[in-house]
Design a binder for this molecule. Structure first.
Ligand code: NAP
Length: 274
């Protein structure tokens, strides 16, 4: 006799075989790991960053489904040129992963206007340039997904990283604006927020690691490969937001429920003005 009838909800998964996935910041860290993971899932990957040699090397490692499109994403004309090449050689991407990012961590009063411009350029403006370069094509086609890789600072702002933090709040704004703009078009939006990642980010941006608030030690560091797997799973499942590891989700929930307390903790345990 059957007493319980368990209903397992059907989970929709997006097939990635033959999809075109454009990944910015693919020459290193999270972007390179994501390119390998998407390619493993059968996607054709368009690799974008400035370092042509590193992109060519990665494309050769991945095989015929990977194509390098070197470009400086701080320059809107270079982004348009890259987009035209991608369209001509591969077609309109099905998935765009806005991941390229850099930025020195400086207090507002340590920064110059040029520092601020550089920190806004990549990732914030670059994500806007790449998204707008393809958005009309994606909406016309009626399908696709735009992914934004964001930082914990977009939820729990810490001191000593003025331009960096402002640019990540800007990315959060891009996500929010895209969600309403693209509603009903068939083009989805995903934000992924990893905690600290064991990539070369801190070697590439000297002076940053020392300014991570000490309270952040409660969030275990994740690898670029873990982020890449979470990213591919989010795209497959049409997820609108993913944070990892688990303690990062707890931190985001805390920042949402108690923003003042969160920012107070960041101030107390964060960098002090030199
Ligand atoms: N590492 C962390 O702890 C962490 C945590 C949360 C979020 N994130 C975010 O994740 C993203 C990727 O970081 P990562 O850890 O993988 O760092 P990474 O290893 O330093 O990679 C950064 C990537 O961005 C590219 N890039 C930088 N400036 C560019 C430009 N002007 N034009 C084109 N590409 C540019 C770099 O390539 P080229 O130098 O070849 O141009 C590189 O491929 C960043 O947005 C970062 O803020 C990182």
């Amino acid at each position: 006799m059957r007493i319980f009838h368990v209903v397992v909800p059907e989970v929709r998964t997006v097939e990635l075989g033959r999809k075109i996935v454009l990944i910015t910041g693919a020459s290193s860290g999270i972007g390179a790991a994501a390119a390998r993971e998407f390619a493993r899932a059968g996607a054709t990957v368009a690799l974008v960053a400035r370092s042509k040699d590193r992109l060519d090397e990665l494309a050769a490692e991945i095989g015929p489904n990977a194509h390098a499109f070197p470009a400086d994403l701080a320059d809107p004309d270079a982004v348009l040129g890259m987009a035209a090449r991608v369209r001509a050689e591969l077609g309109v991407p099905d998935v765009i992963v806005n991941n390229a990012g850099a930025g020195r961590w400086l207090f507002a009063d340590e920064s110059t206007p040029h520092d601020f411009r550089d920190m806004a350029a990549v990732p914030y403006l670059a994500a806007g340039y790449v998204t707008t370069a393809f958005a009309a094509d994606m909406v016309r086609r009626g399908s696709g997904r735009i992914v934004v890789v964001n930082s914990p600072v977009s939820r729990a702002t810490w001191p000593g990283a003025f331009g960096y933090a402002a640019a990540r709040w800007g990315l959060r704004g891009i996500v929010a604006a895209l969600r309403v703009d693209l509603r009903g078009t068939g083009v989805g939006v995903t934000e992924i927020v990893p905690g600290k990642v064991s990539s070369d980010y801190f070697a590439n941006n000297p002076g940053s690691e020392e300014r991570i608030p000490s309270i952040s030690a409660i969030i275990p560091t994740v690898t670029p490969e873990q982020v890449a797997r979470a990213l591919v799973a989010s795209v497959r499942r049409d997820r609108s937001r993913t944070a990892l590891p688990f303690m990062m989700r707890v931190t985001m929930a805390q920042a949402w429920i108690a923003p003042s307390l969160t920012h107070r903790l960041m101030s107390l345990t964060g960098a002090k003005r030199p």
